[in-house]
Design a protein around this ligand. Sequence first.
Ligand code: BGP
Length: 463
Amino acid sequence: MKALPDRFLWGGAVAANQCEGAYLTDGKGLSTADVVGVGHDRFLKASVELDPDTYYPSHKSISFYENYRSDLALLAGMGLRCLRTSIAWSRIFPTADDPEPNEAGLAFYDSLFDEMLRLGMEPIITLTHYEYPLDAIKRYGGMENRAWLGMWDRYCDVIFRRYRDKVKYWMTFNEVNNTTRLPFLAAGILPEPDEQALVQKSFQAMHHQMVMNAMAVAKARELMPDAWMGCMLSLSTIYALDCKPENVLGAYQYRMRSLMYSDVMMRGEYPGFAKRLMRDLGVELVIEEGDLQLIKENTCDYLAFSYYRTTAFREGDAPTFNTAGVVGVENPYLESSSFGWPKDPIGFRFVCNELWDRYQKPLFVAENGLGAYDELDGDQIHDEERWQYFADHAAQLLEAIDDGCQVFGYTWWGPIDIVSAGTGQMAKRYGFIHVDLDDEGKGTGKRRIKDSYHRYRDWISSH
Ligand code: BGP
């Protein structure tokens, strides 16, 4: 067996808006996640007003807010050493610039983190995972507006002071590189018919998030010197379809559109590539005095990333995007999952090596998982495909560690079924624990153990 670092953090990952529900409970305000329905085009249809005829999956989700104690007990039953989740900003500051934080929201995360710690699961916390307080979005727009910097500063201040004795590992923005490809999801930028205006806004939002990341790192250094601050990116990769130089360069350029974010957050400056890209796209970034210095001086301690699949690039076929990153042309060497996402465990080893070589800072696999439809066999779920996906990827992770990559943890995405970020479905399931709910929120909510649950438990105990 390949050697793993001591106390390797095997675990699971969820996000507040995809599991908590209780969308207005205990003073929580609406968030951007609360105004998107179900379907592949859910973000394109997003509006700041609720439509009484639309079903919004985040409003109830799997009711983790009410069930967290029993759900955590089930998760701990697998021997998870950590659980990654996020804080819903609008539970703490319902409108983002309220004069005081909402004590009931703060108390919820106190109990949640205490319970995780009691069960032996290290909390790994994302400050915001694809959700922003909606009230402020209505007044200011998304992260393209610099007004967010002040609200973020207060939010981080309250969060760090409150939880610094409970949480050591932090991430600032989930998959922040999606800001320039899925602008509403990652940066709260409302649908915009003028394409050029949208490009301009999304790059400006990216810059603000880079400054906000540096602000959070600076504050963490002051308030909780032992904390580890992480950059979190969606880094499923893109290959050239073949060795045609235009395809190789094109694939590399798409990769760089993601790595420019980690270059800023890990190395402290925009790469030359980013400047060229923005010039070519006609983007004029507004950078205020002091921004670049702050970014330079406050880089992250580790790089967290999600990896689901890979894709291929061919010149002339402009890629699209989904929650797992760039979608180019089909790679003839890969099989797809039953949901249609290509499976590429070797690509996972490749990406670990690529990122370790580039930054030489610890890596954390914040998300990897297989979303698929499950079939019930009485009370049982024989999810062989899900387990095989894990086993194949875990084997490549061990190879990457053997290659010399420093990886300190791995969190399976959605160890309990939750709402899909990309489609809002419940039927696209990642869990080792099944939750009896359908795409309209109908069902008993009953939790059932899938076959993969026992296997992940055995895997953790033997690794
Ligand atoms: C990532 C997100 C998660 C998650 C996952 C799977 O992009 O960080 O929130 O949901 O992708 O994607 P999906 O839910 O669309 O299957």
